[in-house]
Design a protein around this ligand. Structure first.
Ligand code: C2E
Ligand code: MG
Ligand code: MG
Length: 633
């Protein structure tokens, strides 16, 4: 700023001085000074005018710059206000204490407030309980570092809705003597969190699917293997034990094939839930295959508990299932292996329990067996036998023996039962109990069964030609035979070829087999009955017949199982059972045959109770055809 020179005191010395002073006077608007100098002739007009022009040009430049700066500031303000109001983001301006100085519409909407409400309140009021300290910390951080800060907080809207959000703070530039200000944005994370939750749940679901069986929701093989490994580790640490039960439903395939998969699935679910009901929360029940389940027990006294649990499982499975308006019967075979005795690792334990399960199956199903080391050797023998069995039919290695059936009152020959044997090239005569289950497993029982019927009919015809007339010939059947399409046609064809009356043949089916028989098998039996043949329930009393069902079956004879007969003298209970079976047979109009009679006392008891026909060593062992002829011809 130029001080106004005294026109008198400081007279200009040079031209330059005069020009500078004249310019300053002009700037001051001190025209009196100019007039005075012009009048004195100290300043010439030309240079003065020149100076004024320069001065004016400078002023114009300054003005233009100012205008431009102003326009820039306006544009910035415009941008800021657009950012603040038009973006889909809740924004606030607050001071250092959290007081809201400004809020955009989005912020008001987010919190369910109108503008005048949000302004002049504290941001703290928009936070859920327990979040204040975090806000204070974040504000302090932004102030101290003079940089952005953010925090994930729980906010509360006016209607009480609590939601997760992200708070971003940025310090605003303010004059030094003014209090701090922050612009902040609140990002509603509700949707984000929801998506995250969906993702988490679907990940959980995937994880569940990877480790569970979708039908029963039980752990699958993968999870079982995991639990097994953990169990082994735990057992090792505390020198404890563990038991593995391998459960296979007997003849489930028949249900599935004949009643359809929907019924099969339903049955599996029902069986699984019954089994689960017998277990503790710490036990594992897994489904490891179509009709295969595994139970893992960790217990101090696991052998005993395994035995108990196996018993309970068999018991609950045996009870009828009601599925889609049908009464279904199913049993299971269970194999048990123990840690550490039967295997040190998961694989060995599973394999051995599986082996023991097979043993339970071959022992007639519906039972439980503990693993024994010999079973491994047995498997080899079993495999070997199976291999040899495949070619046995073509090598003509089967032979029938015939056991007499007599009328208990008269001792007269009433018939014979055809019983198959296998002349093994090295092992000699193999009993049916050893190879029939293998033949069933290998699926070659149908061919063998066909051969048996053929051979029995041929024998009847031969005997007939020799003058020996056998009123009845009993032939045993397995489930696979009667379930096979065309079975009855095949029977008819064989009988016709040998000129045998259908009434001369009595087909024996075991009780457990007929009780679990599906429609097609029952239809086959009905057709046999219609043809005039007999249908007898073998080994009666060992199964779990539903009497209501029995009464509807196409049968004409019950064969009391030999276990009841052999115990007749020793066990009074069995006397009651035998009596009851005879009475039952009579009331259902069925003939009753007793098998396994070995003593006169047994024969007498049965005769007195009204049993008409008997079979057993007392009357004769199964004999080759020639011997039978010699004896009865
Ligand atoms: P099953 O049909 O109950 O046949 C009776 C079994 O009891 C026969 O055994 C017979 O030898 C035996 N037995 C007869 N009387 C007595 C006795 O007084 N005391 C004792 N302890 N046992 C006696 P086998 O011939 O070893 O046959 C066993 C089972 O094999 C048969 O039981 C039957 O279920 C099955 N089987 C035999 N042949 C055939 C066949 O051709 N086809 C089919 N599917 N199964 C057959
Ligand atoms: Mg029989
Ligand atoms: Mg029998």
């Amino acid at each position: 700023m130029t001080r106004s020179p005294d026109p008198q005191a400081s007279a200009p010395v040079t031209d330059d001085d005069i020009r500078a002073q004249a310019r300053q006077a002009l700037e001051r608007g001190d025209f009196a000074w100019i007039e005075h100098r012009l009048a004195e002739g100290e300043v010439d007009l030309v240079s003065l005018t020149e100076n004024l022009r320069i001065y004016q040009a400078e002023l114009e430049v300054q003005n233009a710059e100012l205008r431009e700066a102003q326009a820039r500031a306006e544009r910035m303000a415009q941008r800021y206000s657009t950012l603040f109001s038009a973006m889909p983001l809740a924004q606030l301006v607050i001071d250092g204490a959290g007081l809201i100085l400004d809020a955009n519409e989005q912020a008001n909407a987010l919190f369910g407030l109108r503008q005048r409400h949000l302004r002049h309140h504290f941001l703290q009021r928009l936070l859920a309980k327990g979040e204040h300290d975090r806000l204070v910390d974040t504000l302090a951080q932004a102030r101290i570092t003079a940089a952005n800060a953010s925090a994930e907080l729980r906010f509360i809207a006016i209607d009480g809705r609590i939601f997760g959000g992200e708070l971003h703070l940025a310090p605003l530039a303010v004059p030094e003597d003014e209090p701090a200000q922050f612009i902040c944005a609140v990002v509603d994370l509700t949707e984000h969190l929801r998506q995250e939750e969906i993702l988490r749940r679907s990940e959980e679901k995937l994880d569940f699917l990877a480790h569970h069986d979708p039908l029963t929701d039980l752990p699958n093989r993968v999870l079982l293997a995991d639990r097994l490994r953990q169990g082994i580790r735990r057992a090792r640490r505390r020198s404890g034990g563990m038991a593995l039960l391998f459960i296979d439903l007997d003849r489930f395939k028949v249900v599935n094939d004949s009643l359809g998969h929907a019924v099969g699935d339903e049955l599996l679910r029902a069986a699984a839930s019954r089994m689960a009901g017998q277990l503790r929360a710490t036990d594992t029940l897994a489904r490891v295959g179509g009709d295969e389940f595994v139970v893992l027990l960790e217990d101090a006294d696991c052998a005993r508990r395994a035995q108990t649990v196996a018993g309970k499982l068999l018991e609950v499975l045996e009870k009828p299932f009601f599925i889609k308006h049908q009464e279904l019967f199913i049993t299971a075979s269970i194999g048990i292996s123990l840690y550490p005795g039967d295997g040190e690792d998961a694989d060995a334990l599973l394999r051995h329990a599986d082996l023991a399960m097979y043993r339970a199956k071959s022992l007639g199903r519906n039972g439980a067996e503990f693993y024994h080391a010999e079973m491994t050797a047995d498997v080899d023998a079993h495999l070997e036998l199976g291999n040899a069995l495949r070619g046995a039919l073509t090598r003509d290695e089967f032979v029938l023996h015939y056991q007499p059936q007599v009328e208990l009152q008269t001792g007269r020959l009433r018939g014979a039962e055809a019983l198959v044997r296998w002349r093994h090239p090295r092992q000699g005569l193999v009993e049916p109990a050893r190879f029939i289950p293998i033949a069933e497993e290998l699926g070659i029982i149908v061919e063998i069964g066909g051969w048996v019927l053929e051979a029995a009919c041929a024998q009847l015809a031969r005997w007939r030609a020799l003058g020996l007339s056998i009123p009845r010939m009993a032939v045993n059947l397995v489930a696979q035979q009667i379930e096979r399409e065309g079975f009855v046609d095949r029977v008819e064809e064989i009988l016709a070829r040998h000129d045998i009356e259908p009434g001369q043949i009595e087909f024996e089916v075991t009780e457990s087999m007929i009780m679990h028989q599906a429609e097609r098998g029952i239809a086959s039996l009905s057709a046999l009955r219609t043809m005039g043949s007999g249908v007898s329930v073998d080994d009666f009393g060992t199964g779990y017949s539903s009497l209501g069902y029995l009464h509807r079956l196409p049968i004409n004879q019950l064969k009391i199982d030999r276990s009841f007969v052999s115990e007749l003298d020793a066990q009074p209970d069995d006397a009651i059972i035998v009596r009851a079976i005879i009475a039952l047979g009579r009331s259902l109009g069925l003939e009753v045959v007793a098998e396994g009679i070995e003593t006169e006392a047994q024969a007498r008891f049965l005769k007195n109770e009204g049993c008409r026909v008997g079979q057993g060593y007392l009357f004769g062992r199964p004999l080759p055809a020639e011997d039978f002829l010699t004896r009865y011809g």
